[in-house]
Ligand binder design. Sequence first.
Ligand SMILES: NC(=O)c1ccc[n+]([C@@H]2O[C@H](COP(=O)([O-])OP(=O)(O)OC[C@H]3O[C@@H](n4cnc5c(N)ncnc54)[C@H](O)[C@@H]3O)[C@@H](O)[C@H]2O)c1
Length: 341
Amino acid sequence: MRVCVTGNDGYLGSLLTAELLKRGYEVIGLDTGFYKERMLYRGPSITPLTQAKDVRQVEASDLKETDAVVHMAELSNDPLGQLAPTITYEINHRGSVQLAEQARQVGVKRFVYMSSCSVYGVADRDFVDEESPVNPQTAYAVCKTLVERDVKAMASDGFSPTFMRNATAYGASPRMRFDIVLNNLAGLAWTTKKIEMTSDGTPWRPLVHGLDICRAIIAVLEAPREAVHQQVFNVGDTSHNYRVREIAEIIADVFPGCSVSFGPPGADNRSYRVSFEKIRKHLPKFKCAWDARRGAQQLYELFKRIDMTPEVFQHRAFTRLKQLEYLIRTRQIDDHFFWKE
Ligand SMILES: NC(=O)c1ccc[n+]([C@@H]2O[C@H](COP(=O)([O-])OP(=O)(O)OC[C@H]3O[C@@H](n4cnc5c(N)ncnc54)[C@H](O)[C@@H]3O)[C@@H](O)[C@H]2O)c1
């Protein structure tokens, strides 16, 4: 099977392409390369042939003879979305819908879209599942719901889109992100031996390891069409809803000599847990292999092996917002986030 992975030079994309290649898939990549400046550690020795292209400039011919597209190339978190909401709509909403249209036109059969549990926003219940109303609070999350709506409407006998509402990821990747909660706390624990939380850390955060997201995507690619056609899946495990304070405590436990302290209760502690029962039922081959403790241990071993310094932890390439602000300030990308010559 020939799979095009967009965003393959990102945190999750670099993990997914390695997993697909290992399993014998033919893989092509497409990524504009915002964060290619630096790697945290040496990645796999085989990487896919990659087009350095913006997703907004993809043409149908780029996707010829492709069986499936896994679409990851977006501005990938809330703060990035807030940096330039108009560009977020251009890339995340319109860019993604246009890509799906091109894919459908050239006969791509499967389109796997990376959505997010952030679509649930603020919920008025304890547990949310795929049937719960969405309530996105940011441009990033609104775009995820718009892409789901528009691409779902394109489904046909020959075109099966699937929407993965991923929990917040964690774990090692050569294209590391330190702007996601567990990775950030682990980096702080390693470089400062201190986690000082400004709030009491009671809100819930569903977490999922990057490699488990990859395994869920592969399960979708390999599932019978009926199991995934036009389906929305929360990606994670119901037992992996953690309170933020629990995540901090796990990290402090795994990183020797790390202290942890909490602040007073936050003013707004509305939060909810996510049910991941549907993916378990529809894709029985998929089960999370990681939990937060194992992920923390993986990061501890990695930081030790590469002797990670505070400079590396704080490097802009590993915090998506910092890197884009740098590219804007140094005028390497223009007002619409296209590279300048
Ligand atoms: N990491 C998480 O916790 C998480 C959780 C839920 C959903 N997701 C979604 O999964 C996807 C991948 O996330 P990630 O953590 O790997 O993000 P990332 O920022 O590490 O990777 C995104 C990649 O897309 C590329 N890209 C961005 N805009 C582009 C454009 N206009 N044209 C071409 N390439 C472009 C970037 O260069 C980057 O390599 C995103 O859609 C994200 O919203 C991630």
